[in-house]
Design a protein. Structure first.
Length: 116
């Protein structure tokens, strides 16, 4: 399966979903989000990451996740990075959960609460 197949058209995406949601199979669907990592071979940034606008949290802040009925609800992690997503008109924060196998994931500002 190649990337073109995954993104070519809604019809192809529907076929892919049917393949993975077959009752005899266990499948995982991951929604990709674009992040520019830069030229990793030369350690150069290719595109700038949009800075957070009036961020409520800074790198290193301890935060608690506030997402009712979500697997990570009430988890406590540390802010690793932040950026502004113009399409969402919201700040997004990368949170690292050291006590949960060093898991890293991203959250909207409204889903975080500052911890002491």
């Amino acid at each position: 399966m190649n990337w073109k197949f995954l993104t070519e058209s809604p019809t192809h995406r529907a076929k892919l979903l049917l393949h993975f949601l077959h009752p005899q199979r266990t499948g995982v669907i991951i929604r990709a989000s674009w992040i520019c990592y830069g030229d990793t071979s030369l350690y150069k940034k290719v595109c700038p990451q949009p800075k957070a606008i009036n961020p409520r949290f800074q790198q290193g802040d301890r935060v608690q996740i506030v997402l009712k009925k979500h697997l990570t609800d009430q988890w406590v992690g540390v802010i690793e990075n932040s950026f502004f997503r113009p399409g969402l008109r919201s700040n997004v924060y990368g949170v690292r959960f050291a006590e949960r196998g060093n898991l890293y994931t991203r959250y909207y500002e409204s889903n975080l609460k500052k911890m002491p």
